[in-house]
Write a protein that binds this ligand. Structure first.
Ligand code: F58
Length: 838
């Protein structure tokens, strides 16, 4: 088809060359592309186009510009035999695509210009995009940062996941409480995805297995499922930055299989046919929020198996398309399990190889073990997935048999190595026995992978000494660490353009692709007063912007001259938002006692979603609002303290937040936060951190220098020792009247005059058990926070620290993480694809 220029719409300045309209990078070509799309695809003219029509038109213009590269990528995947990475993740929190696509394609400015010629503002169109919130938090966002880095580094990769129709709920605040609204991100269409119904796979469930002997007399098993569904891939191109490399995010949507409908129709049972269809479509309907224990969630197991089975069938298809034998799969594909959610893949690959492709067990096991890597993201025992045997066997009878067989062989080895050590055997077993039997998914993932990694140095060490201790003793060489990272493209270049420009003016723009090597060149500028001044101006501008958004969304007025102290992340007791609240209340009480007290004016901003079924987390949100009510409206306080809860924290809203922060709150109980990635985003945007020695904080502090990091709290060892001695939280109150007062206020109704008992559960938990050691850490936190306030009063010194923080954070780029994965786990290298040279 030849490219045509649309003559019916307004003329462009500098006509794009023929054939350029869908591929060119000039503003003229982009403008024409937008107008063409509006006219031919959407049937609209500039006179009646809605903001969403314009957004769609620009999105398609951007997508067109990826297609050429993408087609070449697909061709490369088929014809070349470079190893590729399959990233298996139940969650991807990609954030809005448009800004990122324009940026990575290098056409952000041209698009802005094209739109302004059309009388439109790019910012308005960017705001139009619904967030594809297909993840809960850190784990999903990490997958998204990794997709960006894989494409940027030129590593052929496919991100496999689920195309949830409803992603993470939208959060509304009503009377200080969280209210969940369904997320209808697909309501106005999704211009970024391309459905590929012809590439659908069938997925079986339920039924039973039958043993038989094949023609050669070999023992085989056949799975006779009770029901089947179909997985249809929806493909989203993932462009790299400054490269023509485009990778693929392939998300599966569940659908009914036509033949099943026919059967019901033929027997005249129309309603059961429709029911069948609805049940099939339910599988990919909704993202599970990270609450309640996993046990009993049939649908969640179905989701996991569904996307894993489709993905593995697709991987084998690609491998065979390349003309390669399945016994060499691991030489050409690396599959990474993003936590245990996809770990059923170990059993599924065995099933596909042994039952479907008739490979012998030993070869299949060799291939499987050498194909998978497993990343663990949590040490919290309640978050470790396990499935009740009954439920599991009912839904996946063949997989249960395979798991039993893997386990039998594995435990035989253990018994041989550790004769008589049945305790060890029970601890290592893939099956937990005791009060009910369960399949332990972390064990399955560990046994079925060649490498197991944690996500920060401390976390990887703790994995080896706690939850996977026995596995570490068995095969220490399996264990490694890859510290998380975040992509500087979205988190600096796109969401903090003023800072990015300032940095580039001084050190060039090499940092965007080579953060680890280049960002440190900023260091000498910390001593330049003029640069510090510019740095402060950028921060101030960002703070003014956040103040405006806060005013618009909450009605609260905050001063950009105050210290912006921010804690945004999922609400969870281990993350200790309520420790922050305890301190705010204590500070408030100090001001009440002495209204003339000199305090550094502070804005305390919180944001984050609580899992809908997590009572304490929801109560913490209410508590923040209640404290805000008191503090924000007390004339004795005036403008010195403000407490804000920013509703609906997500990727899109975070664009106002990270760039405006002065202080980043990373205050989890030591040993509980696997890594954290918000800590990195804040620091890369010039915030200083107040934090515990937990997760990646440890490495961040090491990198930025201890004098540039506000450290407080117990270490993991100290916390463990305290628990071992017998932790008695109430003992901390006697010696600490400030803390006693705060706890009395919370428990006694000071913050909730209408319902004196409202916050009692919080106060009582802290008093009686305090599993996350808030009371033990309180004073250390309060003292440290005082030091922050004092430090902030010296703007030159503060700015110096801020610049040094940024300059020394280069290693926390997700590019470095991905290079680590390539080197330590995937044994793969960047590939320049045919279209990759710009
Ligand atoms: C997070 N996990 C870790 N899980 O908590 C965080 O420390 C780490 O930085 C991040 O992973 C990336 O490694 C996390 O976000 C989830 O949201 C699960 C989703 C599925 C249900 C259980 C929680």
């Amino acid at each position: 088809m030849t490219e045509r220029k649309l003559l019916t719409t307004s003329s462009t300045k500098g006509d794009p060359a023929k054939g350029e309209i869908r591929t060119g990078s000039s503003s003229a070509a982009i403008k024409q592309s937008i107008l063409d799309n509006l006219h031919f695809i959407q049937g609209r003219g500039p006179f009646n186009a809605t903001p969403n029509d314009w957004y769609m038109a620009l999105a398609y213009a951007a997508r067109d510009r990826m297609m050429d590269r993408w087609v070449r990528w697909i061709e490369g995947m088929r014809s070349k035999q470079d190893k590729f990475v399959g990233y298996l993740s139940a969650e991807y929190l990609m954030g809005p695509h448009l800004g990122n696509a324009l940026l990575n394609l290098g056409i952000l400015d041209a698009a802005r210009e094209a739109l302004s010629e059309l009388g439109l503002d790019l910012r308005d169109l960017l705001m139009q995009e619904e967030e594809p919130g297909l993840g809960n938090g850190g784990l999903g966002r990490l997958a998204a940062c990794f997709m960006d880095s894989l494409a940027t580094l030129g590593i052929p990769a496919i991100g496999y996941g689920i195309r949830y129709e409803f992603g993470i709920f939208d959060q509304k605040i009503q009377d200080g409480w969280q209210v969940e609204l369904t997320d209808k991100w697909l309501r106005l269409g999704n211009p970024w995805e391309i459905p590929r119904p012809e590439l659908a796979y069938e997925v079986d469930f339920g039924g039973h297995t039958e043993a038989y002997h094949d023609e050669e007399g070999r023992y085989r098993v056949r799975w006779v499922p009770h029901w089947k569904i179909k997985g249809v891939p929806y493909d989203t191109p993932v462009p790299g930055y400054g490269t023509a490399n485009v990778n693929l995010l392939r998300l599966w949507k569940s659908e009914a299989i036509e033949s099943f409908d026919f059967h019901a129709f033929n027997t005249g049972d129309y309603y059961s046919a429709v029911h069948e269809k609805m049940a099939s479509e339910t599988i990919s309907k909704v993202l599970y929020p990270n609450d309640e224990p996993e046990i009993g969630k049939r649908l969640r197991l179905a989701q996991q198996y569904f996307f894993v089975s489709c993905s593995l069938q697709n991987v084998l298809f690609i491998h065979q398309l390349r003309g390669l034998g399945l016994e060499r799969l691991h030489e050409f594909v690396s599959l990474q399990l993003n936590d245990t959610h996809p770990s059923i893949a170990v059993a599924e690959l065995m099933r596909l190889l042994v039952d479907v492709h008739l490979m012998d067990w030993d070869t299949a096991w060799h291939v499987t073990k050498n194909t998978f890597g497993y990343t663990n993201h949590t040490l919290l025992p309640e978050a470790l997935e396990k499935w009740h045997l009954g439920l599991f066997g009912n839904m996946l009878p063949r997989h249960l048999e395979i798991i039993f067989e893997i386990n039998r062989r594995f435990l035989d080895e253990i018994r041989e190595r550790f004769p008589g050590d049945e305790g060890r055997v029970a601890r290592l077993s893939l099956i937990e026995e005791g009060g009910g039997k369960y399949v332990r998914m972390a064990h399955l993932a560990t046994v079925g992978s060649h490498t197991v990694n944690g996500v920060a140095a401390l976390h990887s060490e703790l994995l080896k000494s706690t939850v996977l201790k026995d596995f570490y003793e068995l095969s220490p060489e399996k264990f490694t660490n890859v510290t998380n990272g975040v992509t500087p493209r979205r988190w600096m270049l796109l969401y903090n353009q003023p800072l990015a420009r300032l940095i580039s003016r001084r050190i060039g723009d090499g940092w965007i692709r080579r953060l680890e090597q280049e960002l440190q060149k900023l260091e000498p500028w910390a001593d330049d007063p003029e640069f510090r001044d510019e740095w402060r101006k950028v921060k101030h501008r960002n703070k003014v912007q956040l103040a405006a958004v806060v005013k618009e969304r909450t009605g609260i007025e905050v001063s950009p001259d105050s210290l912006y102290d921010i804690q945004v992340k999922r609400i969870h007791e281990y993350k200790r938002q309520h420790l922050n609240v305890l301190h705010i209340l204590a500070l408030y009480n100090r001001i009440k006692r002495n209204p003339a007290l000199e305090v550094t004016p502070c804005t305390f901003l919180f944001g984050g979603k609580a899992a809908p079924g997590y009572f304490m987390a929801k109560l913490i949100i209410k508590l923040i609002h209640a404290v805000g009510e008191v503090v924000n409206n007390d004339p004795d306080v005036g403008d010195r303290l403000k407490v804000v809860f920013f509703p609906d924290f997500n990727v899109k809203n975070s664009q106002w937040i990270y760039p405006a922060a002065d202080l980043s709150e990373q205050i989890s109980t030591a040993g509980k936060e696997a890594s954290g990635t918000g800590n990195m985003k804040f620091s890369l945007n010039g915030a200083l951190t107040i934090g515990t020695l937990d997760g990646a904080n440890v490495e961040i502090r090491e990198a930025v220098g201890e004098e540039n990091f506000f450290l407080f709290g117990l270490t993991v060892e100290e916390a463990n020792a305290l628990r071992d001695r017998g932790y008695r939280p109430w003992e901390y109150l006697g010696s600490n009247p400030d803390l006693q007062e705060v706890l009395d206020q919370i428990g006694g109704g000071f913050l909730s005059p209408g319902d004196k008992n409202l916050f009692k559960p919080l106060a009582e938990t802290l008093f009686h058990s305090d599993p996350y050691l808030l009371l033990a850490d309180f004073q250390s936190y309060a003292d440290c926070r005082d030091r922050v306030g004092i430090s902030y009063r010296d703007p030159e010194e503060w700015t110096r620290k801020s610049i040094l923080n940024v300059a020394r954070m280069g290693r926390f780029s997700s590019d470095r993480s991905i290079r680590d994965y390539c080197q330590k786990i995937w044994k793969t290298k960047p590939v320049s694809n045919p279209g990759a040279e710009k």
